[in-house]
Design a protein around this ligand. Structure first.
Ligand SMILES: NC(=O)c1ccc[n+]([C@@H]2O[C@H](COP(=O)([O-])OP(=O)(O)OC[C@H]3O[C@@H](n4cnc5c(N)ncnc54)[C@H](OP(=O)(O)O)[C@@H]3O)[C@@H](O)[C@H]2O)c1
Length: 273
């Protein structure tokens, strides 16, 4: 199987790539930093004979994301699995190249565009799967179109929560739209996982927090099952968790909100489709 993972040079994405490479899958690492990506590729190539490729992807820019998607389509023709994993937690207000709040832009809107552009490529596989990295932090967010560009007061937790709620709603909207297609969509909370995503936290806070975190291998195992396991072949529109409750917030259960966000997002990326 050909599996593309965004943000696969480190953290949960890298641990998932390790498990997929050990299974002998053809893994494509879609990363923004070529040096870090090469180091990851070399490590993965030592694990098995499986093919490990790199593509350059910067979700901070819709134009760069469009180019990456076009390159992936040209180079591979078809894809069996897309794992929308890349993400960040931004402590301070930052904007993407297109002027969106960075977490909304990178964690969600960039992946929205990438996925839309890759749907025809996924449709060429006999049965394809899309796995969306959401989070329990979606409870901290709601969808506020007037905040997509971070107007006004900046609360990082709200914005991270908005982006992760958007990931989950996107999975739900696509699952509904593609219910009669060959593609499934499912989302997960990976758990509280020891990774670089907490790099901006003060060190003492992180040291205490780390006691409750699980290693990246825990969500990687679940993501690998969702991506390639027989037990996930027919599951569609689900939200699961690797080690914490998989409760969905009222917003996450709201399918009309999912449809509305989908339509708004199509408008936002229209000129890059
Ligand atoms: N760790 C947790 O406790 C936790 C909990 C819930 C959900 N999650 C979700 O799990 C996913 C993976 O997180 P992680 O914990 O593995 O974090 P991580 O170790 O920080 O890895 C994040 C990955 O995303 C990449 N990335 C960031 N900005 C990007 C951009 N503009 N374009 C392309 N790639 C970009 C990073 O690249 P660089 O290495 O170049 O920065 C890195 O490869 C995220 O979606 C996160 O929201 C994590």
């Amino acid at each position: 199987m050909k599996v593309l993972i965004t943000g696969a040079n480190t953290g949960i994405g890298f641990a998932t790539a390790e498990q997929l490479v050990k299974q002998g899958q053809h893994v494509i690492l879609a990363c923004r930093n070529p040096q870090k990506a090469q180091v990851a590729q070399e490590k993965l190539r030592k694990l098995d004979q499986a093919q490990v490729d790199l593509v350059s992807l910067d979700l901070n820019s819709l134009e760069q994301t469009r180019k990456a998607a076009d390159q992936i389509a040209d180079q591979y023709g078809n894809l069996d699995v897309l794992i929308n994993n890349a993400g960040l937690f931004a402590k301070t207000k930052q904007l993407t190249a297109d002027g969106f709040e960075q977490q909304f832009g990178v964690n969600y809107l960039g992946h929205f565009l990438l996925t839309q552009k890759l749907l025809p490529v996924l449709e060429k596989a006999p049965k394809a799967r899309i796995v969306h990295l959401a989070s329990i932090a979606h409870w901290a967010g709601s969808i506020k179109p007037n905040k997509f560009r971070a107007e006004g007061f900046y609360n990082p937790l709200f914005y991270y929560g908005q982006s992760k709620l958007a990931n989950l709603l996107f999975s739900n909207a696509l699952a509904e739209k593609m219910a009669n297609s060959t593609i499934t969509n499912n989302a997960l909370h990976p758990g509280g996982v020891a990774s670089d995503i907490y790099r901006d936290l003060p060190k003492p806070v992180y040291e205490v927090m780390k006691l409750g975190l699980v290693p990246t291998s825990v969500p990687a195992k679940l993501i690998t099952q969702m991506a390639t396991g027989d037990e996930w072949a027919k599951r569609n529109g689900e939200y699961v968790s690797a080690h914490m409750p998989d409760w969905k917030s009222p917003h996450a259960k709201n399918q009309q909100l999912a449809r509305d966000l989908y339509t708004q997002s199509m408008d936002l990326v229209e000129k890059y489709l």
